[in-house]
Design a protein around this ligand. Structure first.
Ligand code: ADP
Length: 422
């Protein structure tokens, strides 16, 4: 006799954990079923990871969750950073007692604009905020599992999971227990050492088949509150370059801003406390990408380069339309972009030199291009462009260069598969 496993929430057999794994104990299989039943009420599950502690992972998680709620979404924020659960402090929820019955934990609701933000943190288990967590491995795993299994989120649009830093057993447990997460947002700083650590995080995601939604470069430049000058305290562009090199999307940079610390200490995230600050706008750009999860890596909107180079977009054209094979194009149309106004202000059509591998990236770099929008492009060519400091956007659908650049700047460029990825 075969027993059909159905999800306890929606009664659908598709979303239940289907098969007992070899050597899996009955209770572990039951737990997996229970976690899947919870998770099936949540549209998008996103892990927030970092290669090491102190890079601002929790700050990013809290601000993204709050910004999504401000955008009218039903959001859950689960803090399973066992050794540094800072979410209660960042949301002014320290000391909140845990409510719930047997096998159920009720998340704490936070007032945020139109949407809703529900929060659960391992920090709520600690009697005092300075209590150290000295659980051993199996206990940590048990607590993480209990949180994923027992928190009554109800229906959510987004669940953000603030995971323990690094690539050890704890983030591994989270990723394995969630099973069907949309992917991970990886937080780093521009410092080399953090970037090295984040490379490990990306490889960790790859080993687990967890898609990398993108890299956030936090503490990227310091905007002087008096004179406005941007000082690159920890270097610049480390996250962007590393993302290009590892072939993962770059979601954007968050500057160092004293207000981030002040608002964090007060328990109101900067996206809510100072919505017009540069930092809140930077979070807003990342949230727009998360709001369209179907957006591919290539569709993330490149920002102006932190090294001050202006945005210049190159489009390969044949017969007045986007050339589907960039290497055979007649001309490149280049647009200078007015950043504040988000419009193209200057347009030039240039005939490229004869095509040989590497000539176009070098030539376009000499023309000042910082972004190329193409129909299709092989991975070798993509990496040659990235090496020349040109960000690549592939899969654009045919059209005039003016239409393509307008759609791109307005944030609704349609892209399809990379049609000539040879
Ligand atoms: P993690 O979760 O990676 O350990 P936290 O989010 O707890 O890091 O941040 C560590 C410290 O850095 C906190 O004091 C936080 O306020 C501060 N911080 C994080 N991001 C920024 C930023 N963009 N500007 C200024 N301070 C920041």
């Amino acid at each position: 006799m075969t027993t059909e496993n159905t999800c306890k929430t929606c009664n659908d057999s598709q979303c239940a954990a289907q098969e007992k794994r070899p050597n899996e104990r009955d209770e572990d299989f039951d737990d997996r079923q229970a976690i899947q039943s919870r998770m099936c009420q949540i549209k998008h599950k996103i892990m927030v990871l970092s290669g090491k502690g102190g890079v601002g992972k929790s700050t990013v998680a809290v601000n993204l969750a709050t910004a999504l709620a401000l955008a009218g979404k039903r959001v859950g924020l689960l803090d399973v950073d066992i050794h540094g659960p800072s979410v209660p402090k960042l949301l002014h929820l320290e000391g909140t007692p845990l409510a719930g019955g047997e096998n159920a934990l009720i998340p704490v609701k936070v007032e945020v604009g139109q949407g809703s933000l529900s929060v659960m943190s391992i920090g709520f288990l600690l009697r005092h905020r300075d209590d150290a967590v000295i659980w051993r491995g199996p206990m940590k795993y048990g607590v993480i599992k209990q949180f994923l299994r027992d928190v009554e989120w109800g229906e959510l649009d987004y669940l953000l999971v603030d995971s323990p830093p690094g690539t050890g057993d704890e983030p591994l447990s989270v990723a394995q227990l969630i099973e069907k997460a949309d992917g991970a947002v990886v937080v780093t700083t521009p410092q080399d050492v953090a970037v090295q650590d984040v490379r490990r995080s990306i490889n960790f995601c790859r080993q687990l088949n967890l898609p990398v939604i993108g890299v956030v470069e936090n503490m990227s430049g310091f905007s002087c509150p008096k004179c406005g000058e941007l000082v690159n305290i920890f270097g610049a562009n480390g996250g962007r370059e590393m993302a290009a090199e590892m072939n993962v999307p770059y979601l954007g940079a968050i500057p160092i801003e004293a207000e981030v610390v002040v608002s964090g200490d007060r328990g109101t995230p900067i996206v809510q406390a100072k919505p017009h600050s540069e930092t809140a706008k930077a979070f807003g750009r990342i949230v727009r990408i998360l709001l369209e999860p179907e957006l591919s890596a290539a569709q993330a909107q490149p920002e102006p380069f932190a090294d001050g180079r202006p945005l210049k977009i190159a489009i390969p054209v044949t017969g007045g339309l986007l050339s589907s094979h960039f290497g055979h194009c007649e001309q490149f149309v280049l647009f200078d972009v007015e950043l504040g106004a988000k419009t193209a202000r200057n347009k030039q059509a240039l005939t490229p030199p004869p095509h040989e591998p590497g000539t176009f990236p070098k030539w376009l770099h000499e023309q000042g291009a910082t972004v190329i929008i193409a129909g299709g492009m092989g991975s070798r060519a993509q990496s040659l462009f990235e090496q020349n400091g040109i960000q690549v956007l592939v899969g654009a659908v045919s059209g005039t260069p003016d239409d393509i650049v307008r759609d791109f700047l307005e944030g609704h460029l349609t892209t399809e598969a990379n049609i000539c990825d040879h």
